[in-house]
Design a protein around this ligand. Structure first.
Ligand SMILES: [Zn+2]
Length: 56
């Protein structure tokens, strides 16, 4: 008989948000998602824009 222990794999689950990398408030709509009542075309109405990763 063997006792089954809960094996945890380190690194299996990635953190929801990595430090330093994430979404930033849209500069066009200031995070509101709307510009003059219309949906912001820059962020698509989300009010957030993804930071450029890797540069380019
Ligand atoms: Zn926007």
């Amino acid at each position: 008989m063997q006792q089954d222990n809960e094996a945890r794999n380190p690194g299996h689950e990635a953190p929801p948000a990595a430090p330093g990398i994430g979404a930033d408030a849209c500069a066009a709509c200031h995070g509101t998602g709307k510009v003059e009542g219309a949906r912001c075309a820059v962020c698509g109405g989300t009010g957030k824009v993804l930071q450029g990763i890797g540069g380019g």
